[in-house]
Design a protein around this ligand. Structure first.
Ligand code: GLN
Length: 449
């Protein structure tokens, strides 16, 4: 059924860079054989899954939507993908994304655009745009994305599906191509909070991954408290966020209705102030590019991927491979990162950004002494048209609501709230919580469904 849906809808949506019918059918045959033999089936047996193309899966290419890795064949399978397969998922293929996950619209993919299933003239968000669109279009039931500054929560919001970035360390990053190692976090997309909870069980059930020293043992049953009452819980609202420039009236109205709904269910609304949040975007666009520059130095035209032919010497081979392998945004980030880490500049920007990071983390910790969760928008607006945001700085500013969570590492979830009154496109709210209280976050999210 998933292959038929992909066949019927992919022309319009283009969520996938690569569909893997052989792998999917092989996995399905294994489920069928186990069922016929009367063996107990794993919890997600037969559930079709799309995988962001920065995650390795043996038998597929892992391109990061870049010419640099256009022909790169995965030589091993990422832990997050393997755990979903162990839970019984069928790997339907690799989903489109912004090149190396730099972006908020999937427009920087080197291969093709992905269309928002609600309006194919509009972007699906990004960078995990293909993963969000594949679920929204009903091509798959679940997908995996990565979130360095909002890349799960923002596309989920623009496509009207649930998208969850767990706390940094909850899901192993082994086998996921690194963008910003201190910011990157893998998480699931699904149509409902319960689906996402089931995916979390699969991703974390086996505990710590010895291949990723930052991974933690977070094995709990994420479905267990899903339908608990939220009566008496305290929900924070950040007044400055609700008045931010660029927040459209329809998104604001939807988030206010969500606050009302939580209150109707017995939660108490509390205003909280996070004085250093203003610095979050600036800090992120220093730390992110600096880490990206270090991580992407491995694509040198020798060890991996695209190799310029006919070069006279090693230096030309490296610089021409990089010049022709990377797209404009990937180059912009790396040039920025190289500059920010250079001597004389480092103290002024990188060091300052790290200080801001500590202050923002302390702000959140102080807020969580008063509240259990904080409610805010996920994206300031609904899906925009292709090419509508052409200035990179404008695009960076659209990450206002998501970025501070990667700065402090805490979990956040984007929950659909129906269609906006003005644009008739999906709007959503974001709920964020203290580190490693991800299960409680799902309970709040469930209360908004
Ligand atoms: N939009 C942000 C950026 O371009 C976040 C991307 C991400 O989370 N991968 O850096």
């Amino acid at each position: 059924a998933s292959l038929a849906a992909i066949e019927a809808r992919e022309d319009g949506v283009q969520a996938f860079l690569q569909v893997a019918p052989e792998l999917a059918l092989e996995a399905a045959a294994r489920v069928d054989a186990d069922r016929a033999a009367g063996k107990p089936l794993p919890p997600l047996a037969g559930v079709p899954l799309a995988i962001k193309d920065n995650m390795n899966l043996v038998g597929t290419r892992t391109t990061c939507a870049s010419r640099m890795l256009g022909d790169y064949q995965s030589v091993y399978t990422a832990t997050c993908v393997q755990r979903m397969l162990d839970a019984g998922c069928l790997p339907m293929g690799k989903a489109n994304m912004d090149e190396f996950a730099f972006g908020s619209s999937t427009e920087s993919s080197a291969f093709h655009r992905t269309n928002n299933p609600w309006d194919t003239e509009r972007v699906p968000g990004g960078s995990s745009g293909g993963s969000a669109a594949a679920v929204a279009a009903g091509e798959v039931a679940l997908s995996l994305g990565s979130d360095t500054g909002g890349s799960i929560r923002q596309p989920a919001s623009l496509c009207g599906v649930v998208g969850f970035k767990p706390t940094y360390g909850a899901v192993s990053r082994y086998g996921v191509v690194a963008f910003g190692s201190s910011l990157d976090q893998v998480g699931p997309f699904g149509r409902t909070v319960e689906d996402v909870a089931l995916a979390m069980n699969a991703l974390t059930g086996a505990g710590h991954d010895p291949y990723d020293c930052t991974s933690q043992d977070c094995a709990v049953d994420f479905t267990e408290h899903l339908n608990d009452s939220i009566e008496g819980k305290r929900v924070g609202i950040i007044p400055a966020f609700m008045e931010a420039e660029g927040l459209t009236p329809e998104v604001k109205a939807a988030v206010q209705r969500a606050a009302q709904e939580l209150q109707n269910q017995g939660a108490e609304l509390v205003e909280v102030d996070l004085p250093h949040l203003d610095a979050a975007i600036a800090a992120y666009y220093v730390i992110g590019p600096a880490e990206a520059f270090s991580n992407l130095a491995r694509f040198d035209g020798i060890r991996y991927g695209y190799q310029e032919e006919g070069c006279a010497n090693l230096s030309d081979q490296s610089s021409l491979s990089r010049a022709h392998g990377f797209g404009a945004e990937a180059k912009r980030r790396q040039m920025l990162g190289a500059y920010l880490l250079s001597s004389g500049v480092y103290d002024k920007y990188y060091y300052a950004a790290q200080k801001a990071r500590t202050l923002i983390t302390q702000d959140y910790d102080a807020a969580y002494a008063k509240v259990d969760t904080i409610l805010m928008p996920a994206s300031p607006r609904t899906a925009f048209k292709f090419g509508e945001i052409s200035d990179p700085t404008q695009m960076y500013l659209s990450d206002l609501y998501t970025i501070s969570l990667n700065i402090c590492g805490n979990g956040g979830i984007s929950v659909p709230l129906g269609l906006g009154e003005d644009t008739q496109l999906p709007v959503s709210a974001q709920l964020v919580g203290p580190a490693f209280r991800d299960r409680q976050l799902l309970t709040f999210a469930r209360a908004l469904e």
